[in-house]
Design a protein around this ligand. Structure first.
Ligand code: HEC
Length: 247
């Protein structure tokens, strides 16, 4: 029982702790909408192409994604499973953990529940906040996640940017750097607006994976409300009918 309470407290406090680290950088609103199936389909495709080289979503099965996103098995296979496998497989990356640790110094975490841990705004802002840093091993750093080991995997789409920091002086004469804004260095294949949309689609897919039941419960909820409205009209008409006879 005691452990249960501690666990529940941890569940509440962990996201707060994760958010507290990012103090100083303003997160942008992801405005995700898990009922937008077209956005989820695009997000799933980006996820398979740009993220699954390193990250898994081991709690998510392809056929469940297909079902929720309105894709038939053949569509699923050509759209998301071009590397082979069965629709009943979970979304596991082909990259061996040991290699990942060797290459990046840390294993890319499983992303099934990432949106629960960090929140969609964090993920959305993180994916667009990589900037060139010649001192880092990957050539980039990230203002939302300083010293991150992940390379800027979307740079071809977004282009490259540099970060401009302001120096803030403490009363004792020491100083620290605060992020101010980005300056685009080279253009990407996408315009900034197109890239924001792609970023939003990926974040939307992560939000869906974190809570796949939300998609079904939303449509179920709407059907229940629809039923109640119709039921109310009939109940009202019935009541009028019965009372007419009594008066
Ligand atoms: C080349 C390998 C690689 C690819 C491809 C990649 N990542 Fe990562 N990612 C990493 C590594 C390594 C880390 C761990 C970074 C660290 O802890 O310093 C990471 C960390 C993350 C985190 C932060 C996890 C956390 O909460 O600590 C998120 C979110 C993330 N990746 C999302 C993505 C998304 C979305 C994509 C696809 C658009 C992607 N990654 C593609 C290697 C990769």
């Amino acid at each position: 029982m005691k452990h249960g309470i501690i666990f529940a407290l941890l569940l509440v406090l962990l996201p707060l702790a994760a958010q507290a680290q990012d103090e100083g950088v303003k997160l942008q609103a992801a405005n995700v909408d898990v009922s937008n199936t077209a956005s989820l389909q695009r997000g799933a495709k980006f996820f398979v192409n740009y993220c699954m080289g390193c990250h898994s979503a081991q709690y998510v099965r392809y056929n469940r994604v297909g079902q929720d996103l309105g894709l038939s098995d053949p569509q699923l296979e050509s759209y998301l499973m071009f590397a082979g496998g069965k629709p009943t497989d979970t979304m596991v990356s082909a990259m061996p953990q040991a290699d990942a640790i060797k290459w990046f110094g840390t294993a890319p975490p499983d992303l099934s529940l990432e949106s629960r841990i960090r929140g969609p705004d964090w993920i959305y802002t993180y994916l667009k906040s990589f900037y060139l840093d010649p001192h880092s091993a990957t050539g980039v750093d990230n203002v939302v996640f300083p010293h991150v080991a992940m390379p800027d995997v979307l740079w071809e789409l977004q282009g490259t940017q540099e970060a401009v920091f302001n120096t803030v002086k403490n009363p004792d004469g020491s100083s620290y750097q605060v992020f101010d804004h980005f300056e685009q260095l080279t253009p990407g294949k996408m315009t900034p607006a197109e890239f924001d949309k792609a970023d939003r689609d990926i974040t939307n897919f992560l939000a869906y994976m974190g809570d796949p039941v939300a998609v079904t419960s939303l449509s179920l909820g709407l059907r229940v409300i629809g039923f109640l409205v119709v039921f109310f009209i009939f109940a009202y008409l019935l009541k009028r009918e019965i009372w007419k006879k009594i008066h």
